[in-house]
Design a protein around this ligand. Sequence first.
Ligand code: NDP
Ligand code: GDR
Length: 353
Amino acid sequence: MTKRALVTGATGQDGAYLCEFLLDKGYEVHGVKRRSSSFNTERVDHLYRDPHEADTRFFLHYGDLTDATNLIRLVQQVQPDEIYNLAAQSHVQVSFDTPEYTANADALGTLRLLEAIRILGLADTVRFYQASTSELYGKVQETPQRETTPFYPRSPYAAAKLYAYWITVNYREAYDLFAVNGILFNHESPIRGETFVTRKITRAVAAITLGLQSTLYLGNLDAKRDWGHAKDYVRGMWLMLQHHRPEDFVLATGECHSVRDLVELAFAAADRRLVWHGAGVDEVGRDADTGEVLVRIDPRYFRPTEVDLLLGDPSKARERLGWRAEIGFEDMVRDMVAHDRRVLSANGFHHND
Ligand code: NDP
Ligand code: GDR
């Protein structure tokens, strides 16, 4: 029997990798996309086939996590075996500007989807994955962070995701739903959104080295993250839903780097060596050979409350799921810079922060 998956957030970074992964496994995949005035399916266009063709296994449906009736109809129509809830307003800094919307989509959106499953009487048959996050640890209480580390959210995004985490646990306990939280540490790729710090840096390095941009403006260079590759992490999501019982898992590499390390590495991938001068908001990154200022600080990118350090302990996922991160940080950054150089050489550059 062909398995059927419903993926919210299918047009995002993880959604695109997950849909491809599930199609390769033989699934019929139903993605949810939002109505937009411009095309927003670029990341999954390569998966799409004309629905009139035989053997089509990838479908896109309009939907929104703020629209309960739409979600009920979609779950009813698709009758999925597995639901992956990846849709979210996923930008931490933006959540300080749009806290109510973020709570609506990320917290209540998760509840709406869980309720759709319950109302339709599918709690016995559906398996549900919730995209939880290392941002839950926020002001960290223990390092490295694992499944038992207490949460301390530091943004409207993290607070919304905290609700989503607990409502997922509650539906598992109250209704026996196979519902799990993947507590995923940062994961990136060449199709990462352009305003997250990794992709912002690799695009800027590409643009600077192609002569299309002069300076990269950043916020907190000292923040440290455990950065893995999205391709590895979507495999982990699937493994969680194949496990014999519903449990929450951390996915991480177990290694962390600062934003500063990332900038240096990205420039090195384009054969430019960076040296730092000054301190605080006056700190600059200069080209070691020419002295040209390539990186400056813009306090606009400082967050009202910051998460200083995230480092995950993926032992449980390794032991119980056989999962590990295979793509290393340096290879990933080099690949992202190379990708952005190819894209910008072909299409040019528009500024985006
Ligand atoms: P992206 O921002 O790339 O993708 C988010 C997706 O959600 C997009 O498809 C977006 O649509 C969609 N979306 C946003 N709001 C709504 C809404 N109201 N209704 C329906 N769809 C909506 O995120 P990622 O792929 O990086 O992350 C996937 C999930 O995992 C998110 O929930 C994120 O919070 C979480 N997460 C991500 C981590 C990471 O490091 N990447 C780590 C831990 C958790 P559109 O394309 O139209 O904008
Ligand atoms: P994060 O990712 O907040 O960890 O959330 P992001 O890449 O936005 O920030 C990482 C760190 O870099 C610092 N930083 C900057 N960040 C951005 N975006 N732009 C800058 O100019 C900049 N300068 C420094 C930030 O302050 C921060 O400390 C991501 C998202 O994918 C979430 O959805 C997910 O839940 C978590 O990862 C795990």
